[in-house]
Write a protein that binds this ligand. Structure first.
Ligand code: ZN
Length: 486
C-alpha cells in the first residue's frame, strides 16, 4: 500500500481532506496503466479467446430494472445504531470482533438480535446499548431531471447485459452458448468499508455472463479444460485438488461448460502473476449462496492477510432473464437449433480493483528500502526507462532521441535525476522490466546497456535492436493448450 501511494498507483480519494468518506479510490498514472493492462489481459484471455461480445452500458438505470432484478427488495445489509452517539455498525462485524468467530452472512434480523444479546455487544465507541437490526439498501439513489424520477447507480455491471440480451442476441446474430462481457464502474453504499480498497463504494468490475442451453453443456470447445487441475475448497473446509473431469464426476462442477470457464479464469490469473498454488475455488454451501443459484464458487487468492475473493462465479439458472422477461413483457427466449429456449446464465464477476492490488502484492519482492515490483512485463505500466549515464557531452540528447523513437510503440520514461543506482531502484519499485542506459560508448558505436529488472543482468545491444527486443519482452503469453482442435 505504501509503494502504491508513493509511486502513484492508487490512493484514498481526496487525500487533502482527512475526513473524506472511506471506500473511494483514485488511481495515479502508474495505476491507470496497470489497471488497463490487467483488463486488457482479461479481454485477451477470456473475451477474445472465447469469442464473447463486449458492451459498455450506462451506469444509471431505471428503477424498473432493479425491481425486476430483486435489488430494490434484497440488495441490503443489516445494521444497528447506537442509542446514544448514533454510530452505525454491521451486526455481523460487531459479533466477529466480540467473539472472534466468523458469523454467517445470511442470518435474519432476529437471529442477529439474539446473538448480539447473548454476546452482550455494546457500542464500541461509547458503550451504550444498540438498536435492533434493521436493513439498509446499498444502492445509491439518484433523481433524473427536475422531477427527480427515481433511478439508481448500478450496484453491478451485469444488469445491462441481461436487459440488452434479446437485442444483442438478435443484432449480433449470436448462437448459444454466447458470452457477453462488460467492464465498468459499479456503486455500493457499503455501511462500513473498513478494509481500504478491498471494500469500495465505487468499484471497477469486469463481468462475463455466459448464456447457454441447459440441455447442451458439453461441446468439443470445452474438452481442453477437463484435464486442468484446480484447487477446490469444499464447504466442509477441506481442500481438494481435482481435474475438471473429476470435479464433474464428483458433482462439484455441474458440467463441462462451467468447468471450461473456471479453468479459463484460473489461467487468466496465472498469466497475471497469481500462481495456481495461490488460487483456490471456494465452493459455496447452500446457506452461503443465493436462493436462485445452482452452483457458486469464489475464486480466491492468497495474500499476506489471508484469502481474498477476486471473482464470484455463479450458475444463476434462468433467474435473471426470467425476471426481466416477466417484468418487461419482452420475449427473452431465443432459438437454439429449432426449439425456443430461455437460456441459463453462468456468471464470472471479477473485481478489477482487488485484482490489480493482488497482482501488485504478489509481484512484490525484496525487503526494506530495496523493493522490486516483479510484474509480468506485459502488465508493466512503464515498459522501459531510458537514462543518460551522465548529464553532459550530448548523452542526454542521445537518450532523449531513443525515448522519442520508442514512444510510438511503447510506454517509456526518461530519467536523468540522481545516481544510476537510485534510478534503477526507482524503476524496480515501479515494475519497469527494462532499463536502457546511454553512455560514452553509445556515441562511438551506437550500442546501449540494457538491464533486466529481475536478474539485474546487463548486456550491450545495438540501439537499432531496442524496439524488437522490447516487443519480444512485453508480448503477452499465447493461450497454449486452451484452443480446441478442429
Ligand atoms: Zn455509541
Amino acid at each position: 500500500m505504501r509503494v502504491a501511494q508513493q509511486r502513484g498507483f492508487f490512493f484514498k480519494t481526496a487525500p487533502s481532506y482527512p475526513n473524506a468518506p472511506a471506500g473511494f479510490l483514485d488511481y495515479g498514472p502508474l495505476g491507470v496503466a496497470l489497471k488497463a493492462r490487467v483488463i486488457e489481459l482479461w479481454r485477451r484471455m477470456l473475451v477474445k479467446r472465447d469469442g464473447m461480445i463486449e458492451i459498455d452500458g450506462a451506469q444509471i438505470l431505471p428503477k424498473a430494472v432493479f425491481e425486476a432484478s430483486g435489488h430494490l427488495s434484497s440488495f441490503t445489509d443489516p445494521f444497528v445504531r447506537c442509542s446514544k452517539c448514533g454510530s452505525v455498525y454491521r451486526p455481523d462485524k460487531l459479533l466477529e470482533d466480540k467473539t472472534g468467530k466468523a458469523v454467517p452472512e445470511k442470518l435474519g434480523d432476529s437471529e442477529y438480535d439474539s446473538l448480539m444479546a447473548k454476546a452482550g455487544v455494546k457500542c464500541s465507541k461509547c458503550g451504550s446499548s444498540l438498536s435492533g437490526t434493521t436493513r439498509f439498501n446499498m444502492m445509491f439513489r439518484v433523481g433524473i431531471g427536475p422531477a427527480g424520477e427515481e433511478a439508481y447507480l448500478r450496484p453491478e455491471t451485469c444488469q445491462s447485459i441481461f436487459v440488452d440480451f434479446p437485442l444483442l442476441f438478435k443484432t449480433q446474430r449470436a448462437k448459444l452458448p454466447i458470452g457477453m462481457a462488460q467492464v465498468g464502474r459499479s456503486f455500493r453504499n457499503e455501511i462500513a468499508p473498513r478494509q481500504g480498497l478491498l471494500r469500495l463504494r465505487e468499484l471497477n468490475q469486469a463481468e462475463v455472463e455466459v448464456f447457454f442451453n441447459p440441455q447442451k453443456t458439453d461441446a468439443p470447445k470445452f474438452e481442453w479444460a477437463k484435464s486442468e487441475v484446480l484447487s477446490f475448497r469444499m464447504p466442509a473446509g477441506k481442500d481438494s485438488q481435482m481435474s475438471i473431469a473429476e470435479a464433474i464426476a464428483a458433482g462439484v462442477v455441474p458440467n463441462a461448460l462451467i468447468g471450461h470457464y473456471l479453468a479459463l479464469v484460473t489461467r487468466f490469473y496465472e498469466a497475471a502473476g497469481v500462481p495456481r498454488t495461490s488460487q483456490r475455488l471456494r465452493v459455496l454451501s447452500d446457506e452461503d449462496k443465493a436462493f436462485y443459484s445452482k452452483a457458486a464458487y469464489d475464486l480466491e487468492a492468497k495474500i499476506a492477510t489471508g484469502w481474498l475473493e477476486l471473482v464470484a462465479c455463479n450458475y444463476r439458472g434462468d433467474y435473471d432473464l426470467g425476471g426481466h422477461e416477466k417484468a418487461s413483457g419482452t420475449d427473452f427466449t431465443v432459438d437454439d437449433g429449432g426449439g425456443k429456449v430461455l437460456p441459463h446464465v453462468f456468471e464470472l464477476s471479477l473485481g478489477v480493483d482487488r485484482s490489480t492490488y493482488v497482482v501488485m502484492e504478489l509481484s512484490m519482492r525484496g525487503e526494506g528500502d530495496r523493493r522490486t515490483l516483479a510484474l509480468k512485463p506485459y502488465l508493466a505500466p512503464i515498459q522501459a526507462c531510458v537514462f543518460p549515464l551522465v548529464n553532459k557531452d550530448g548523452l542526454q540528447e542521445k537518450a532523449q532521441g531513443i525515448v522519442a523513437d520508442l514512444r510510438e510503440a511503447f510506454d517509456v520514461f526518461y530519467d536523468e535525476s540522481g545516481s544510476i543506482g537510485r534510478r534503477y531502484a526507482r524503476a524496480d519499485e515501479s515494475g519497469v522490466p527494462v532499463c536502457i542506459t546511454v553512455d560514452y560508448d553509445t556515441l562511438k558505436d551506437g550500442t546501449v546497456t540494457i538491464r533486466d529488472r529481475d536478474t539485474r543482468e546487463q548486456r550491450r545491444v545495438p540501439t537499432s535492436e531496442l524496439a524488437s527486443r522490447l516487443d519480444a519482452i512485453t508480448r503477452p503469453p499465447r493461450l497454449e493448450g486452451t484452443v480446441p482442435e478442429e
